[in-house]
Write a protein that binds this ligand. Structure first.
Ligand code: EPZ
Length: 421
């Protein structure tokens, strides 16, 4: 298993390019199931979760031609489509469940593995199943699989999600795109990966999706989608992670390839801790402060609130602040796994229910560490960049799921990092 060896402390300096968004690519790739015509997707990040989604689409019988050098893929429907999404593929990546809506909508049936639990929380799929049922999908759960079918076609409906869910909103939009008539979805997730990218992609291919309120979308079903070539948006969380790298290390970074307007909340928090930030179109210039100020209270929330996917990174930053900060996690029940590892580097953090109380002033000291999930792992990278001495981070396959060329990018901005295979 690969590990990272990081020697700190380092200051990040220079320019970094943001890769395509993992969490925008995944539903867009699932959407290709809806097409009869070929679809080209560009700016795909070269990360493990995308490989898994492409393997899943290939296993359904689609022609999948990957061009790793160009970060693109060409997906073509073939005559031999099956509708079986296996446990071996879905268990490693929960977003595999996003093929359920498109398969039932396009091919009238699907047998899709239940994704199962995950370290950060139970993550059930009841909102996905209930929304698809409202559109006319029949299903039963047997031996770990969702067996789903629809007699003729899915029919538009009005659905209000009981709680905001990124994946359930995506699955319902995907299923409604080719359904009969009008679907209205209320209390939707409005992450830019959905409201901007998935919507743009589908509409450019001929779908009729219109956002008619902050969290309400109206989808008028169309008969078919047309051939399209589409470039995925930049990765919001990778961008936020590099912003934190600059802020924590008194760095001076130019971050290219992401629209700064989409991370207003995060940039405002970074200004609060003392970072100097200048924004331009698709460019963020950030200088980290000499003294990091604490933030009394932050709570993770659905977009356009503070994202749970940046909670671990901000916690690492606040370990070095002057004074006490509190971060409250409201999206997942178990997303503080980085805390025990940060403590091994010297952090002083107490967990009380879903609140982490962070006592600032930590001078991290290098140590050997263990990655747990994607964002927890990158938080450890951030801490070890500024830690004194040598650190080893084990099980970095978690990072490879979602950060493209992370060590190459970090090395290019001055981090002393090496992958040990
Ligand atoms: C997406 O996961 C992201 N994944 C996650 O990114 C992100 O953390 C999460 O949204 C929240 O922003 C992708 O986009 C591929 P949810 P998703 O449905 O869709 C509960 C990363 O590091 N819930 O919005 O699974 C659920 O348990 C990751 O890149 C139900 O109870 O998240 C959670 O508490 C990890 N029933 C909350 O809702 C359901 O049917 C929000 O989950 C669905 C969700």
């Amino acid at each position: 298993m690969d590990k990272f060896l990081i020697k700190g402390p380092c200051k990040v300096k220079g320019t970094v390019n943001i890769s395509g968004s993992k969490n925008a690519s995944l539903p867009i790739l699932a959407a290709t199931i809806l097409f009869d015509e070929p679809v080209e997707i560009k700016n795909l990040p070269n990360v493990k979760d995308i490989d898994t989604m492409l393997a899943l689409i290939k296993s359904l019988g689609f022609g999948v031609k990957i061009n790793k050098k160009k970060n693109s893929v060409l997906i073509k429907k073939t005559k031999n489509i099956n509708t079986f999404a296996s446990y071996s593929l879905v268990k490693t990546m929960r977003a595999g469940i996003l093929v359920l809506g498109p398969l039932v909508s396009k091919f009238k049936k699907a047998k899709t593995s239940l994704p199962g639990g995950c370290l950060i929380g139970a993550r059930p799929i009841n909102y996905h199943l209930n929304a698809l049922k409202k559109l006319g999908m029949n299903y039963r759960i047997e031996k770990g699989y969702v067996h789903a079918f629809v007699k003729s076609k899915l029919n538009g409906s009005c659905i209000t999600f009981p709680k905001i869910s990124v994946g359930a909103t995506e699955n319902a939009i995907l299923a409604a795109t080719l359904a009969n008539g009008k679907t209205t979805l209320k209390n939707c997730a409005i992450e830019p990966e959905i409201k901007k990218d998935l919507t743009n992609f589908l509409n450019k291919a001929g779908a009729r999706i219109r956002w008619i309120g902050k969290r309400t979308v109206e989808i008028n079903g169309v008969k078919k989608l047309k051939k399209i070539s589409y470039s995925v948006m930049g990765d919001r969380i990778e961008c936020g992670t590099f912003c934190v790298a600059a802020a924590i290390s008194q760095g001076n970074l130019k971050i290219k390839g992401f629209d700064p307007k989409l991370i207003n909340t995060e940039l405002n928090l970074l200004k609060k801790v003392g970072a100097k930030i200048k924004i331009d179109q698709n460019l963020i210039s950030i200088i980290g402060p000499k003294k990091i100020k604490n933030i009394k209270f932050i709570k993770t929330k659905e977009y356009d609130g503070f994202p749970t996917d940046l909670q671990a990174q901000f916690m690492t930053l606040l370990c070095k602040a002057t004074g006490k900060s509190i971060i409250s996690e409201s999206i997942f029940e178990n997303r503080f796994m980085h805390v025990a590892e940060l403590r091994r580097l010297g952090a002083k953090i107490i967990i009380k229910k879903n609140n982490a109380i962070i006592f600032g002033g930590t001078n991290f000291q290098g140590a050997e560490l263990m990655s747990s999930d994607l964002r927890a792992s990158v938080a450890l990278v951030l801490a070890t960049i500024v830690a004194n001495g040598k650190s080893v981070i084990n099980r970095i396959y978690h990072l490879d799921r979602g950060y493209e060329k992370i060590e190459k990018k970090l090395r290019s901005i001055g981090v002393n990092i090496k992958r040990l295979s």
